[in-house]
Design a protein around this ligand. Structure first.
Ligand SMILES: NC(=O)C1=CN([C@@H]2O[C@H](COP(=O)(O)OP(=O)(O)OC[C@H]3O[C@@H](n4cnc5c(N)ncnc54)[C@H](O)[C@@H]3O)[C@@H](O)[C@H]2O)C=CC1
Ligand SMILES: O=C(O)C(=O)COP(=O)(O)O
Length: 459
C-alpha cells in the first residue's frame, strides 16, 4: 500500500490546488452526499481564493462502536484526524457529528439513515468494520474476517444446548447441585441444518462434520456442498430433518421472520434453534411458544430485533415486550451479539477496513468496495510535477465515457481505468501535464456533465 507520504501532493508550484468532492442529486448511486448540495465543495486554505491541495491531515474520521485499535492506528498513522467513540450514537447526535466528517467507521449498531446522510456533506466513504452491510449504504467492509469466530461460537452453543450447560451453570451459581442426564445428548450422529451456506455456514459445515454430525443446508443459491453435506430443496425439508437448526442469512426483506410459526411447526419435537445472524430472522414470540410447548428443546440467540447502542441495561426496559418471557425460559442461551467479538476477528477487521479506507481516501482505489466496481491504478506519484489523478463516479449510461474523454483527452493521460457495477461507473485517470488552471477547468467540465455523481481530483 502506498504510504501517505508517497501520495502527499506537492505544495509549491500549483497556486490553485484542490481536492474536490461533489455530487449529483439525481444519481442512483447511494453516494452519501448524493442527497446533499449539487454545488462543488472544496477545502479552502487561508485565503479563500486558494484552494487546499489534498493533505491527509485535513481528513476527519469518526469511528463509532469501539473499532479495534489495529484499525484506528492505521488511520492515525496516515495523519488523519481520528475521533473514536466506544458506542454508537443516537440519530440526532450522529447528525451533529457527521457534518464535517470525511470518513465514518461503524459496526452493526449504526444505521446511516437518509436523514443522517443528508447532513453528511463532506462524507466520501463509509467503513463497515463488520460483515453485515444492512446499513442501506456501505462502501467497504470485511467480508469474512469474523466468519470463523461466529462458526466457533455456534459449535460451542450446539454442545451447550445438547448438554443444557447454561442451566446447569446457572443452578450451580445459585448453589444447586442438579446432576441429570435426562434429555442431555451427544452431538455425534445428530443432524445440523444450516440456513444460509455462505462464509459462516460453510465454515460451520466443516467443523460440525469433524465432530461427527451430519450436515444439511438450505440456501437460495445452488452451492457446492462441502464434505458430505447435502443441500435441501426447500426450507421445510431442512426444518423437518434437522436436530439442530442454525441461521446464517443476511438481513433482507425475504429473510425477515423467515423462521416463524409455520417453520417451528415443521421442526422435530425436541430439536434446537440457533440464531447468530440478524434479530429479524426469527419470530421471537413464535420461538417462545415453540419452547413452551416443548417442540424446541433449547435455543441460542446472539441477535435481537432491537439492540442497544452500547453496553449496559437491555432487558430492563420496555423496548422488547417479550424480554420477560425469554428470561424465564429454560435452556435458552442469550448472548449480546458477540458472534464476531474475538480479539482475532476484531483485529483482522480493523486492519482490512482501515487499509481499504486509506487506499480509497488517498488514492481513489476501490478494491474491496461493497457498492462500487473495483478500480485501481498503480500508485500515484504526486511528487512528480504537474501530475493529478481524476476520480470520477458517474451513472452507468451510454455516451458518458465519450464525454469524459472529450474533457480529459486534451491532456496527457498516463493511465486510465474504468469499470461499472449496476447503475454506477467508476473512472480513474492519471494526467501528467496539469497546472492549477487546467485542474480547475477539468473539474468544472466534469462537474457539468449531467451523469456525474462525484468528482475528486487528487494532487
Ligand atoms: N452474530 C454476529 O456477530 C455476526 C453476524 N453476522 C451475520 O451473519 C450473516 C451471514 O454471514 P456470512 O455467512 O458471512 O454471509 P454470506 O453472504 O457469506 O452468506 C449468506 C448466505 O445466505 C444465503 N441467503 C441469502 N438469502 C437467503 C434466503 N432467503 N434463504 C436462504 N439462504 C439465503 C446467501 O445465498 C449466502 O449463501 C451476515 O449477513 C450477518 O448479518 C455476521 C458476522 C457476525
Ligand atoms: O459482522 C457482522 O455483521 C456482525 O454482526 C458483527 O457485528 P459487530 O461488529 O460485532 O457489531
Amino acid at each position: 500500500m502506498t504510504s501517505a507520504k508517497d501520495i502527499r501532493p506537492r505544495q509549491d508550484d500549483l497556486a490553485f490546488q484542490a481536492q474536490y468532492f461533489s455530487t449529483s442529486p439525481s444519481a442512483s448511486f447511494h453516494s452519501p452526499s448524493s442527497h446533499g448540495s449539487a454545488l462543488a465543495r472544496v477545502i479552502p486554505v487561508a485565503n479563500a481564493k486558494h484552494l487546499k491541495p489534498f493533505a491527509t491531515e485535513d481528513i476527519k474520521v469518526l469511528l463509532l462502536e469501539n473499532v479495534n485499535q489495529a484499525g484506528r492506528e492505521i488511520l492515525q498513522q496516515q495523519g488523519y484526524q481520528v475521533e473514536f467513540l466506544k458506542s454508537s450514537l443516537p440519530e440526532d447526535q450522529l447528525i451533529e457529528k457527521i457534518r464535517d466528517v470525511h470518513v465514518i467507521g461503524i459496526r452493526s449498531k449504526t444505521k446511516l439513515s437518509e436523514r443522517v446522510l443528508k447532513e453528511a456533506k463532506n462524507l466520501i466513504v463509509i467503513g463497515c468494520f463488520c460483515i453485515g452491510t444492512n446499513q442501506g449504504i456501505a462502501v467497504f467492509n470485511s467480508p469474512f474476517s469474523n466468519s470463523r469466530s461466529v462458526a466457533e461460537l455456534v459449535i460451542g452453543e450446539i454442545i451447550a444446548l445438547a448438554r443444557q450447560l447454561g442451566d446447569r451453570s446457572n443452578e450451580m451459581h445459585n448453589g444447586t447441585w442438579n446432576k441429570v442426564s435426562n434429555k442431555c445428548w451427544e452431538i455425534r450422529g445428530k443432524t445440523l441444518g444450516i440456513i444460509g451456506y455462505g462464509h459462516i455456514g460453510a465454515q460451520l459445515s466443516v467443523l460440525a462434520e469433524a465432530m461427527g454430525m451430519s450436515v444439511i443446508f438450505f440456501d437460495v443459491v445452488n452451492l457446492m456442498a462441502l464434505g458430505t453435506a447435502r443441500q435441501m430443496e426447500t426450507l421445510d425439508d431442512l426444518m423437518a430433518e434437522a436436530d439442530f437448526i442454525t441461521c446464517h442469512v443476511p438481513e433482507l426483506p425475504e429473510t425477515k421472520g423467515m423462521i416463524g410459526r409455520a417453520q417451528f411447526e415443521k421442526m422435530k419435537t425436541g430439536s434446537y434453534l440457533i440464531n447468530a445472524s440478524r434479530g429479524t430472522v426469527v419470530d421471537i414470540p413464535a420461538l417462545i411458544d415453540a419452547m413452551r410447548s416443548g417442540k424446541v428443546a433449547g435455543a441460542a440467540l446472539d441477535v435481537y430485533p432491537n439492540e442497544p447502542a452500547g453496553n449496559g441495561d437491555y432487558f430492563n426496559n420496555d423496548l422488547n415486550e417479550w424480554a420477560e418471557d425469554l428470561r424465564s425460559l429454560k435452556n435458552l442461551i442469550l448472548t449480546p451479539h458477540i458472534g464476531g467479538s474475538t480479539e482475532e476477528a476484531q483485529s483482522a477487521i480493523g486492519v482490512e477496513v482501515a487499509q481499504a479506507l486509506t487506499r480509497y481516501v488517498n488514492e481513489g482505489a476501490t478494491l474491496g468496495a461493497v457498492n462500487l466496481p473495483e478500480v485501481n491504478l498503480r500508485s500515484l506519484t504526486l511528487d512528480e510535477p504537474n501530475h493529478a489523478r481524476v476520480v470520477y463516479i458517474h451513472q452507468n449510461i451510454p455516451g458518458v465515457l465519450r464525454k469524459v474523454n472529450e474533457v480529459i483527452g486534451d491532456h496527457n493521460v498516463d493511465k486510465q481505468m474504468t469499470d461499472s457495477r449496476g447503475d454506477v461507473a467508476y473512472l480513474m485517470a492519471d494526467i501528467s501535464d496539469v497546472n492549477a488552471s487546467v485542474i480547475k477547468d477539468l473539474y468544472e467540465r466534469l462537474e457539468s456533465l449531467p451523469s456525474r455523481i462525484m468528482t475528486r481530483i487528487l494532487y
